[in-house]
Design a protein around this ligand. Structure first.
Ligand code: IFM
Length: 424
């Protein structure tokens, strides 16, 4: 391993979370409806209370500051801002202004995601990601929010349009474990294409506002490796997944070439005009959770993925820090600054998180030594939160959250991360 200390001046050390997972008191969204549909959430819980971040944000910013963090990633709940089509809730916007101002007041640079999985229910009813006009609606919402949050004293500079767009497509339109719960390659490809269009609409609106704003997405990026090194079909499966899951979305945002293909479905190439003649990403957020082993199969869809053989998190996901070096090197080929916008694990006993942090931060350092322009590391997550179809059971927090007493308690790994930040 390369020695640490490669981290440049001004490196972002931080944590992240998303609105639906922590805020509590959710408004009507596809995810709220999903959590209240019997059998959809593994442990039968919901996000009605979550960690009550909506009211207790200050407590979390104090904790993040104690950690030594200088950056905090959070998201805006679209369903709060636009509870009905075209009707904006100014009070909700004002509340986010307060949250972001408090974040800044605690010395934390806010990184704000405009959409992190949940959709307003009215939009889900119109067809969600596949709705006619989805892109324009998202563009209008994004322009509105960014215009407001640019105002002093909030002045958010770092934005993300979408979190993990292809995870949403995969889970919602192929695996059917998330809303809208479909298994349709044709709709999956349509949704992916629409998400690219929506990002373009948003960037156009955001760039028209002027100012030195930095816009990106948070891309879930896996290291796909062939299972049988002697099998060319496993190689092809890994290469295809690397193309379609990791690179194609980012490539479309960089070039405007928006085309999607998977066995059984195709969305024709369209060429989108780059707003202000520039690629639509100013930096790239990388959410890294591990590698996946790709295996070719004889029957459609002709490939499958499985976990590698290494140690596992509470959710059975393999822990694999060396692949982070590879992912960062690979993502560097787009020539953008890279922000590790998520990296973490479910570990209720907190026996693995400290070592996980050390190894992944060392991997980031090694990637920097090899030339990757990494500008920050944001651990997922500060507190335990609602983990989508798994519910409240998985514990991703550096800080344990007691859902009965609403108490936050830093775990030992909180101190490991704090020490690592202090040592840099
Ligand atoms: O909790 C999620 C987050 O919302 C998106 N990225 C992965 C995390 C862990 O599964």
């Amino acid at each position: 391993m390369a020695p640490r200390k490669n981290f440049p001046e001004g490196f972002f050390w931080g944590v992240g979370h998303s609105a639906f997972q922590v805020e509590g008191s959710p408004r009507d969204s596809d995810w709220r409806e999903w959590t209240h549909t019997k059998g959809k959430i593994a442990d039968g819980t919901d996000a009605e209370k979550a960690t009550d971040f909506w009211n207790r944000y200050e407590e979390d910013f104090v904790l993040a500051r104690e950690l030594g963090a200088n950056c905090f990633r959070l998201s805006i709940a679209w369903e709060r801002i636009e509870p009905e089509a075209g009707c904006y809730d100014e009070e909700a916007l004002d509340h986010y202004i307060k949250i972001v101002a408090s974040c800044r007041a605690h010395g934390l640079e806010p990184v704000v995601t405009l959409h992190h999985f949940a959709l307003p229910l009215w939009l889900a009813r119109e067809g969600g990601l596949c709705a006619e006009g989805f892109a324009e609606r998202f563009g209008a919402y994004a322009g509105r929010v960014v215009a407001r949050l640019m105002q002093s004293p909030t002045s958010v500079r770092w934005w993300m349009t979408f979190n993990e767009p292809l995870v949403m497509v995969n889970m919602g339109y192929l695996i059917a474990e998330w809303p809208p719960g479909l298994k349709s390659p044709a709709l999956a490809m349509k949704a992916a294409k629409n998400l690219v269009r929506a990002h373009f609409q948003a960037v156009e609106k955001i760039r028209a506002l002027g100012g030195d704003l930095q816009v990106s997405i948070a891309q879930h990026w896996r290291d796909f490796q062939p299972r049988r090194f002697w099998n060319p079909l496993d190689y092809a499966a890994a290469a295809y997944l690397n193309h379609v899951f990791n690179r194609n979305f980012v490539k479309a945002l960089m070039t405007g070439r928006n085309s999607w293909w998977m066995p059984g479905a195709r969305e024709r190439l369209e060429i989108l005009v780059l707003p202000q003649g520039r690629p639509t990403l100013d930096y790239l957020g990388i959410n890294y959770y591990g590698r996946m082993i790709a295996v070719s199969t004889a029957r459609a869809p002709f490939l499958t993925v499985e976990e590698g053989p290494g140690p596992k998190t509470d959710l059975g996901w393999e822990i694999c820090a060396p692949s982070l070096v590879k992912v960062l090197k690979d993502a560097s080929r787009f020539g953008l600054p890279l922000l590790i916008s998520e990296n973490g694990l479910a570990d209720a006993a907190d026996t693995k998180r400290g070592d996980f942090l050390r190894r992944h931060i060392e991997a980031a350092s090694e990637a920097i030594a090899l030339g990757a322009n990494v500008i920050g590391y944001l651990h997922w997550s500060l507190t335990d939160n609602f983990e989508w179809a798994f519910g409240l059971t998985p514990r991703f927090g550096l800080v344990a959250y007691n859902y009965d007493t609403a108490k936050r308690r830093p775990r030992d790994s909180f101190n490991v991360y704090r020490q690592m930040i202090e040592d840099e």
